[in-house]
Ligand binder design. Sequence first.
Ligand code: PMP
Length: 395
Amino acid sequence: LLAALQPPPADPILALGGLFAADPRPGRIDLGIGIYKDEAGATPIMRSVKAAEHRLLDTRTTKRYVGARGDRQFAAAMIDLVFGTATDSGRVASLQAPGGTGALRVLAQFLAAVRPEATVWLPDPTWLNHEAIFAAVGLKTAYYPYYDRERSELRFDALCERLRSAAPGDIVLLHGCCHNPSGADLDEAQWRTLAGLLLERDLIPFVDIAYQGFGRGLDEDALGLRILAEQLPELLAASSCSKNFGLYSERVGCAMVLARNPREAEIATARMTVHARTLYSMPPDHGAAIVRTILEDDALLTDWHSELEAIREDMNGKRLHLAKAFRQASGTDEFGYLAHGFGMFSLLTLSPAQIEHARSAFGIYIVEDGRINVAGLPTSRIDDFAEAILAIRKA
Ligand code: PMP
């Protein structure tokens, strides 16, 4: 069984984390894995989360299974958080899932059963796990142009042109906000144009929304998804609470399907439940219970909003600072796009040799495609960072 087995290719982001952990240099900077970090490099538990946990500890009396659908009140609260008033919540099938990844996988499995012939169109570039998740269920994937690395901008016209050539019934994966890895998001007019195109070409949007609240605000970050939900008859959405609630380790997500009517939504939920049963049977309880407790309590909700706002302002402040530091050190506005990006990630145009040089000479850890986690950059190091990157590019 194992004699001829080769190890799988290393996950570049996790491998980078391993190298960082083994590096003894005190000033090293980890811009790899996507977690929010404060100025001290810590990822503390949010106040509202702690308060909800205390409440749960005091009131919980059992550890019974939650069932394959998970907590229905959690799922209902997530529909409100994600869809707002864009649609009748009775039209949305929903299932609590283990993280955004679990939600993506359940929905992928659902698609593979319902539309096995479809191609899933992914943005180029995208989160590395997307292609692997759809490949794992046997669905074909293809890429549409999304971001121009040389010009550091969206390729919206090319995106529309490519999607016009997709076959009716194909699936189009979109990042709801804070695109990973580019930080470049569609604006409202572009979402509206895209909604028209998807409708006209009979394409089904699949929105991965893993960073709601990290870009412009909770409602603002869901705007694109809500425009699609208003205009299209059907849509899939995978939401993650890993980042906006800081619940990375608890594995909290929600798989949702907007159906044409409540009857079809019920069927979609039942079908997703069948897939959950064979994948992991039932989701873990604790994290989703925390989220539900916060979303259902006015005081906790207000506190969570203010904590999330502080995180967002910190990241946006770092972006402004970073763009300014590059402008001052380079005398050009080449890096101005960093200030206009959303969420944790942006891309730097660096060759693999330059990325390696950043690590060996400066202790700066950047993912191999040039992705940086802006939240991983302490404010006190931003000026040094900009100078180091410019020095590397000149070398
Ligand atoms: N989608 C995207 C675009 C992501 O960046 C991530 C996390 N890196 C996820 C989904 C999944 O998040 P999780 O499974 O940790 O909730």
